[in-house]
Write a protein that binds this ligand. Structure first.
Ligand code: PLP
Ligand code: COI
Length: 339
């Protein structure tokens, strides 16, 4: 792959060699199919096009110093996609088949897994859509599962540098009893306008508050949120945020680093007390937060004055990355080694 400048990659799409698919029909999933076509042909009345029967996942594979490729916590993504499927009445894709598909698509595209030194990774994107034709609002009888991969660099172009976030009460991404806890396309469509305004104003992303009362912190558009105070890792509990696998991992690592962990509702004013803050997710890894501007209340919460991430964020980031790239022992069984 002599033409790819691995260390300059951004978080974008690049064509790779193969994708893997499975089709659900007459109540069962087909064997995996490997194809080099990037196209999907479907009925114009497919439910994914009209009624949002769509869910996706995001996970990564990393090349270690030893040249081995490591996939991070893929079982968690399989389970979350099943939860998403139940949430919008799609056929659930079985765990073993999901894992088999991930391994297959990574192996088939191994030449696109960025080298260790680049700090880049292979992003794996599973997709589940309703393909059966319906006109009334009801779930499809047929589904398509696809996984493609693409090599990526940092989600936010600054990488592991603190960047500003913004609170804007005029926008919600998910309602308390809505679809915020599952990974469905509609949540992201709902975040586009606010996200675009935030970008235009120079922010990395919107920090959403709970939609009902606007009192508590929910999450960012594409990532969970955490704050650090008194050696404690504090992250929101809410009925409208995605259960992030990165966040779940960081909570384990924080404890290992001797920190306390609190998962509970976080009132907006508590931002005042945090020594560090960050956004976390597969794509974002840890993206340190320099400042949060609350535009409605005309307030700013500052976490990084010198443009550098805080010490605990650095420790958490390095520990997570060390496990993902195989520099540190995988004592929690989070890694699947391929090749
Ligand atoms: N929250 C939202 C809304 C996301 O889209 C993501 C990305 O997947 C996350 C949080 C982080 O989740 P994970 O760490 O499982 O990637
Ligand atoms: C991820 O972190 O994998 C995400 O899905 C975030 C974004 C690309 C939607």
């Amino acid at each position: 792959m002599e033409n790819i400048n691995w260390s300059e990659l951004s978080f974008g799409y690049m064509k790779t060699d193969y994708n893997v698919r499975s089709y659900y029909k007459d109540g069962k999933w087909s064997d995996l199919e490997v194809t080099d076509s990037t196209q999907i042909t479907m009925h114009m009345a497919a439910t994914c096009l009209h009624y949002g029967q769509e869910s996706f996942e995001g996970l990564k594979a990393f090349k270690g110093k030893d040249g081995k490729v490591r996939i991070f916590r893929m079982r968690e993504n399989a389970l979350r996609m099943q939860s998403s499927a139940r949430g919008i009445m799609m056929a659930e894709f079985p765990t073993e088949l999901f894992e088999k598909a991930v391994v297959e698509v990574v192996k088939r595209n191994e030449r696109f897994v960025p080298p260790y030194e680049s700090g880049a990774s292979l992003y794996i994107r599973p997709l589940l859509i309703g393909t059966g034709a319906e006109v009334g609002v009801k779930p499809a009888k047929e589904y398509l599962f696809v996984i493609f991969v693409t090599p990526v660099g940092p989600y936010f172009k600054e990488g592991f540098k603190p960047t500003p976030y913004v609170i804007m009460r005029g926008f919600d991404r998910a309602a308390p009893h809505g679809t915020g806890t599952i990974k469905v396309g509609g949540n992201y469509a709902a975040s586009l306008v606010a996200g675009e305004i935030a970008h235009q104003k120079g922010y990395s992303a919107v920090l959403y508050l709970d939609a009902k009362e606007k009192k508590f912190i929910d999450e960012c558009g594409p990532a969970n949120f955490f704050g650090i105070r008194d050696n404690t890792y504090i992250t929101p509990e809410s009925s409208s945020i995605l259960p992030s696998i990165t966040n779940k991992s960081l909570m384990v690592l924080a404890e290992e680093l001797g920190m306390k962990v609190e998962r509970r509702p976080i009132p907006v004013e508590e931002l005042n007390t945090f020594e560090e803050a960050g956004a976390c997710g597969t794509a974002a890894v840890i993206s340190p937060v320099s400042r949060i501007d609350d535009l409605d209340e005309n307030k700013s919460y500052v976490f990084s004055k010198d443009g550098e991430p805080g010490p605990m964020s650095v420790k958490l980031y390095e520990k997570l990355r060390a496990i993902q790239y195989g520099d540190e022992e995988d004592k929690y069984g989070w890694i699947t080694v391929v090749g």
